[in-house]
Design a binder for this molecule. Structure first.
Ligand code: HEM
Length: 412
């Protein structure tokens, strides 16, 4: 009996060590770079998600660069992956997307995006969807329509924050401002209550998108999938509402529905709904995070704040001599060219908007929104940070205690 038990234990031990060996040395037709696959099933996910500071290379990455070099293998959120920290190589990957490399997201992401969105498609369909988005946020529409609307919308919000008699958390209010405006532009969402509900669903999605993909009630991933379900339902209702009405609004939702009706189109209503979902997701946190970060950096450097005010006053003076409207090219170059030059960022080390055919399609929209906001903030208002400003990456960038500003109009 004792011998049988010992044999069983030995067999289990051999099986477990074989399983661990297979886990740590995944099959590959080519030679894999060095690295560790971590613990079975969870890989190195927990270490990857450990919160860290903004101002250094993430410890997870730093440790592995020291140990293995710029290219290493690991396992995160249930996927075996190779991480490249080499800017030249990353640039090469972006340039060869669709040729030697194929863009791909982990399965947990695909489940959230539904597999019918711009990120999932390649080649002709991807190009078609990209152009469809550019119809709304590309340079043409920015120049013709959005720029003056965004100026007006930003001015209104900044003034209301200055007059509200209390401090505002710039992360929260700017997130609401950008999301509400974009939801309105995309599908005509303008009811305050409805937009708040839609925003809450995207908040759940963002909180769970980079989390361990375990879908049981109580987990962030589960809440994220619920958020997707609810948000899709709300978007779909808007499509149905518009189809049932005979009225034409001439907005982006009309444009999408007209595209769906065309005979030779690739666009189905399901893809269009998923596209809107993806775009709201892409807008929800990105622009407001960049905006809050910019305000934080400026407030940390009073000299920069003073120089910005002089520079922007100069822009206005020059404009009044020619034509009073600031052009989108001027807005576009205001923030990012200066920031890039200051930080000596080369195009291969600063790829905040991705690269190659996957370059962020909303980059111009985001840059212009950022420039308009900074322009109006430094020119028309006095403001000070009164609370918050801590920044944590886990690994997405968060402001755990917000960034609270006291804003006053300059003439007060
Ligand atoms: C500061 C703000 C933003 C940043 C930093 C940013 C960053 C990025 C990055 C890094 C990518 C590449 C993703 C990848 O390669 O996996 C991307 C793609 C994308 N972004 Fe943005 N984004 C911003 C704002 C926006 C906005 C406002 C929109 C809405 C129009 C948008 C729409 C998209 C879309 C649709 C893609 C996918 C492009 C494709 O696959 O061809 N982004 N963005």
């Amino acid at each position: 009996m004792w011998v049988v038990f010992m044999c069983l234990v030995a067999l289990i031990a051999v099986w477990v060590s074989h399983w661990v060996y297979i886990w740590q040395n995944p099959k590959c037709n080519w030679k894999l770079p060095p690295g560790s696959m971590g613990f079975p099933l969870i890989g190195e996910t927990l270490e990857y998600f450990t919160p860290h500071s903004l101002y250094d290379i993430p410890p997870f990455i730093k440790k592995r660069i020291t140990r293995y070099g710029s290219l290493f293998r690991t396992n995160l959120v249930g996927q075996n992956i190779v991480v490249s920290t080499d800017p030249e190589f990353n640039y090469h990957i972006f340039k060869n997307e669709g040729k030697s490399f194929l863009f791909w997201y982990p399965e947990s992401f695909t489940e959230i995006f539904g597999g019918q969105d711009i990120l999932t498609y390649h080649g002709v369909v991807h190009k078609y969807l990209k152009n469809l988005v550019l119809h709304l946020v590309g340079p043409e529409n920015l120049k013709a329509k959005l720029l003056s609307e965004m100026e007006e919308m930003t001015r209104k919000h900044l003034t209301s924050w200055a007059r509200c008699g209390t401090t505002v958390d710039i992360k929260q209010v700017s997130s609401e401002m950008v999301f509400n405006y974009f939801a309105y532009k995309l599908i005509g969402y303008d009811g305050l209550e409805g937009t708040r509900k839609l925003r809450e669903n995207f908040s759940a999605i963002i909180n769970g998108i980079i989390s361990f993909p375990l879908s049981i009630p109580g987990t962030a991933y589960h809440a994220c999938l619920q958020g997707r379900k609810n948000a899709l339902k709300m978007i779909k209702e808007k499509f149905d509402e518009r189809k049932a009405s005979n009225k034409k609004y001439g907005d982006y939702l009309d444009h999408l529905l007209e595209e769906v009706k065309k005979e030779d189109t690739i666009l189905t209503e399901e893809i269009a709904v998923n596209l809107v979902f993806g775009l709201l997701f892409a807008t929800y946190e990105t622009t407001s995070t960049a905006l809050t970060l910019a305000v934080k950096f400026i407030s940390d450097h009073p000299r920069v704040q003073a120089e910005l005010a002089i520079e922007h006053m100069q822009i206005i003076k020059n404009r009044q001599r020619k034509d009073s409207q600031i052009t989108w090219q001027e807005y576009r170059s205001m923030t990012f060219t200066h920031m890039g030059n200051e930080l000596h960022l080369g195009s291969k080390t600063f790829m905040g908007f991705g690269g190659g055919v996957r370059l962020c399609v909303g980059a111009d929209f985001a840059k212009v929104q950022l420039a308009i906001f900074i322009h109006q903030l430094v020119l028309n208002l006095r403001w000070t940070v009164v609370k918050g400003g801590d920044i944590i990456r886990k690994p997405t960038l968060t402001f755990p205690n917000g960034l609270h500003l006291q804003i006053l109009e300059k003439h007060l």
